[in-house]
Write a protein that binds this ligand. Structure first.
Ligand code: MN
Length: 202
């Protein structure tokens, strides 16, 4: 069974003004679709066919550029759409909020660390909030379409929040102002979904 491009869980203009409709259409319909198609091509006829994306990435041969780049691109964007919402923003609650306070001192401490990871990632990549076994959370970043499920990448653990800082994610609306895009992202984070991912993977 080949991987399929997931539908956006909201309309392409639902995250405006923070993320514009045209960017969402191209990002999902062209970029994410391209990673999906190329991932299927890269695993076709190999022993990776039929495995889950998490299994493929966790046990990845990092020298396999086709699966690394396109499998990462498939997984990263699928997560990215799911952790945003037109009703997002605010702050987390419950066990995730406690883990964030424990790791970063406060929500503002987390926001500063995450924004710094996103802002200082040179070139294309992602910023992550990951949960380790035991419930501790960490912030890190990775280049290109790598992610912390892959061997030796970032902070390890399972990503529960990810921010795409490739220029294709923000350039139409923000041009070179990545910090403005990162700041706007906090208005659309679906903390309910992030909390579910935290509970499922801690
Ligand atoms: Mn992207």
């Amino acid at each position: 069974m080949a991987f399929e491009l997931p539908n956006l869980p909201y309309a392409s203009d639902a995250l405006e003004p923070h993320i514009d409709s045209r960017t969402m259409e191209i990002h999902h319909g062209k970029h994410h679709n391209g990673y999906t198609t190329k991932l299927n091509g890269a695993i076709e006829g190999t022993d990776l066919e039929g495995k889950s994306i998490e299994d493929i990435l966790t046990n990845l041969d990092m020298g396999n550029a086709g699966v690394r780049n396109n499998g990462g691109g498939f997984y990263n964007h699928s997560l990215f759409w799911s952790i945003m919402s037109p009703n997002g923003g605010g702050t987390p609650s419950g066990a995730l909020a406690n883990a964030i306070d424990s790791a970063f001192g406060s929500f503002d401490g987390f926001k500063e660390k995450f924004s710094s990871a996103a802002g200082t990632r040179f070139g294309s990549g992602w910023a992550w909030l990951c949960v380790q076994k035991g419930g501790e959370v960490e912030v890190c970043s990775s280049p290109n379409q790598d992610n912390p499920l892959m061997p030796g990448v970032g902070c390890g653990g399972v990503p529960i929040l990810g921010l795409d800082v490739w220029e294709h994610a923000y350039y139409l609306n923000y041009q070179n102002r990545r910090p403005d895009y990162v700041s706007a992202f906090f208005n659309v984070i679906n903390w309910e979904k992030v909390s579910q991912l935290y509970e499922a993977n801690k």
